[in-house]
Design a protein around this ligand. Structure first.
Ligand code: NAP
Length: 246
């Protein structure tokens, strides 16, 4: 049990990678706040987590709204007493090339993927600094490092998360807070299911290990960063991409 007694808030944890991280952390003994815009799925996920023998609550929040973020953290602290781990996982895509991209699609992706992580990190750091302990792990992407045609908003938001991570790591190391990121490549979830078979075949060719990753591949790295095994690691990025970017 690498996370025995730890309390974690995981955004976008109702499904996909966030859900896999939540279940994985619960199996390691952590209590989990499933914080997601989709309350129905969040409640189902929280029930699955409780069945593993730890505590879990579902909280509805849109990470891009300051008041909703503040309320979600307040609820978590009331329930759990402290917050040891924040995973900034909630994210969306609104893909098209630069000249076709509407300002509203730029804003939506930056507001949820980047500003949402800023708002959640701010609430978490406020709590963690008083505890003199905390772990913040943000889910970036391989496209932050490679760029990707059709994803100028998404790749910019994910690159922004690297700056956010390194800055938190430097600003709050003295308070016992570690901030790290993971950068997944192509992972099989609802977000990537919408891509055509032709696009998926092209992507597979670009992956030296020849296969897409699973949500569990990402969860394993996040759980390691959240655990005491990674206590001397801060301001770093773990790439999980089958060799697609190295
Ligand atoms: P997903 O299956 O779409 O799950 C994302 C979850 O976040 C959903 O439950 C979604 O709710 C929720 N969400 C969306 N907007 C939100 C908001 N404003 N506030 C709170 N929750 C919100 O996505 P995923 O593939 O698991 O991706 C999880 C993270 O990994 C994202 O940050 C993504 O960018 C990143 N990532 C994914 C891949 C990949 O290949 N899948 C690769 C690299 C990085 P709704 O479904 O109701 O919108």
């Amino acid at each position: 049990m690498r996370l025995e007694g730890k309390k974690a808030v995981i955004t976008g944890a109702a499904q996909g990678i966030g859900k896999s991280i939540a279940l994985g952390m619960a199996r390691e003994g952590a209590d989990i706040c499933v914080a997601d815009v989709n309350i129905e799925n969040s409640e189902k996920t929280a029930q699955e987590i409780c069945a593993l023998g730890v505590k879990s609550i579902a909280v509805r929040l849109d990470v891009s709204k300051q008041d909703e973020v503040a309320k979600a953290f307040e609820t978590s602290v009331k329930e759990f007493g402290r917050i040891d781990i924040l995973v900034n996982n909630a994210g969306i895509t609104r893909d098209t090339v630069l000249l076709r991209m509407k300002e509203e699609d730029w804003d939506a992706v930056i507001n949820i993927n980047l500003k949402g992580s800023f708002l959640c990190s701010k609430e978490a750091v406020r709590i963690m600094a008083k505890q003199r302990y905390g772990k913040i792990i943000s889910i970036s992407s391989v496209v932050a490092f490679m760029g990707n045609p059709g994803q100028i908003n998404y790749s910019s938001s994910k690159a922004g998360l690297i700056g956010l991570t390194k800055t938190i790591a430097k600003e709050y190391a003295s308070r016992g807070i570690r901030a790290n990121a993971v950068a997944p490549g192509f992972i099989q979830t609802a977000m990537t299911d919408v891509l055509t078979d032709a696009v998926k075949d092209e992507m597979r060719k670009a992956i030296p290990l020849g296969e897409f990753g699973t949500p569990e591949d990402v969860a394993n790295a996040v759980i390691f960063l959240a655990s005491a095994e990674a206590d001397y690691i801060t301001g770093q990025v773990i790439h999980i991409n089958g060799g697609m970017y190295m």
